[in-house]
Design a protein around this ligand. Structure first.
Ligand code: ATP
Length: 234
């Protein structure tokens, strides 16, 4: 579904990503793990079209995408749940959700998708008229996920969704991600919560200083000595 080929991104003279190669197959949950500043958000933003590439190509469903503008990637099915949620704080839950479905391909199914989102995330239905800034952190994360689902994604990219959530909410979040995957959406998951992530993913890439250093299945990486030492505190 997604092929990232020899991708490099610079911020001025600073190279944030260097010759990154990543593949995500339809139906997979693939994660990108790495420490702070490794380049994970830069990678997601490059795939979303929010960062210009210095080099490389991004192919989505067989078509080159590097020159497609960000707002034209969403209708193709490339959607992200951004780090920090980025909700519209004085709009209600439902208004935030509906903003996910402004492109014609999603607008057409708006009511049907909203019903599905409320089924998956029932708390949002209870809170549909509450303004976003008064929600708890966990509820805000659910709105960000719901809004992304309203866009009818084919590839849904999560950028550190568990950040700032209590352990019990992190468990719920991972269950929701698994459910979204079962519903047929391909998932790319950027996380620092490495142990739980490796337990649910099909495959994983380790990003260090802007380069992919290790790749493998979740199980392989859980048993990898470097991963154990660097990310699992073992
Ligand atoms: P974190 O886990 O802390 O969010 P990350 O792996 O997502 O980190 P990025 O945010 O992609 O890392 O940052 C990669 C590198 O690029 C870092 O060194 C960061 O300081 C730098 N960087 C990111 N955004 C910018 C920017 N807008 N201007 C300049 N440098 C940037």
């Amino acid at each position: 579904m997604l092929k990232v080929k020899n991708l490099s991104v610079h911020y001025g003279g600073m190279q944030a990503l260097s010759n990154v190669n990543i593949e995500v197959k339809e139906g997979e949950i693939v994660s990108i793990v790495g420490s702070n500043g490794a380049g994970k958000t830069t990678l997601i933003n490059a795939i979303s079209g929010l960062r210009t590439l210095t080099n490389g190509e991004i192919e989505f469903l067989g078509n080159p995408m590097a020159k497609v503008e960000a707002h034209n990637r969403v209708p193709l099915g490339v959607v992200q749940v951004p780090e920090g949620r980025k909700l519209f704080p004085i709009m209600t839950v439902e208004e935030n959700l509906l903003l996910g479905s402004v492109h014609p391909g999603a607008k057409k199914y708006r009511q049907e998708t909203l019903k599905e989102v409320y089924e998956l995330l029932p708390r949002l239905k209870e809170r549909s008229t509450q303004v976003a800034k008064t929600l708890s952190g966990g509820e805000q994360q659910m709105v960000a996920i719901g809004r992304a689902l309203m866009s009818k994604p084919k590839l849904l990219m999560f950028d550190e969704p568990s950040l700032g959530l209590a352990p019990v909410l992190v468990r719920d979040l991972f269950n929701i991600i698994k459910q979204i995957s079962k519903n047929g959406i391909t998932i790319m998951l950027v996380e620092q919560n490495v142990k739980q992530t490796l337990q649910i993913v099909d495959r994983c890439y380790v990003l260090e200083n802007g380069s992919v250093t290790i790749e493998g299945t979740g199980k392989e990486l859980l048993n990898n000595d470097h991963v154990k030492k660097a990310f699992l505190g073992m």
